[in-house]
Design a protein around this ligand. Structure first.
Ligand SMILES: [Zn+2]
Length: 128
């Protein structure tokens, strides 16, 4: 992989990282706002419906799910950026073969080549 290609992937990764950090910040504030609202209670005292509470809880869980997915992605992106710096970017973590450029274009933070990824998924399925 030449320097120009590497630079392109780096730009992509940094862009994705900024977006995720923004999303996480948003999720965090959203979740925090809801928690504070719950903690302070509904001051009117009459607008309290179980359905609202359930929806809020559901939203929060959804947010937490989303946050952990994004967090994981963020980790992968940070790892990929580190690899660009130390020169090991584009190498499969399992078999150490090169990851195809097409795959990296679709998923610049990929840690495994497509073959190892498929193996991993097969194993995950067997395991339950
Ligand atoms: Zn591999």
């Amino acid at each position: 992989m030449n320097k120009k290609e590497l630079k392109q992937f780096k730009d992509q990764l940094e862009q994705a990282r900024r977006k995720i950090i923004g999303d996480l910040d948003h999720i965090e504030r959203d979740t925090l706002n809801k928690s504070q609202r719950d903690a302070s209670g509904d001051l009117s005292g009459y607008g309290f419906h179980m359905a609202d509470v359930a929806t809020d809880n559901y939203d929060r869980e959804l947010n937490l799910d989303l946050a952990s997915t994004e967090q994981k992605l963020l980790n992968d992106i940070t790892t990929a950026l580190k690899k660009i710096d130390d020169g090991s970017y584009g190498k499969c973590e399992s078999c150490e073969e090169k990851i195809s450029v097409q795959r990296l274009n679709a998923m610049p933070y990929a840690r495994l080549c497509i073959k190892c990824k498929e193996e991993e998924e097969k194993k995950a399925k067997k395991g339950g």
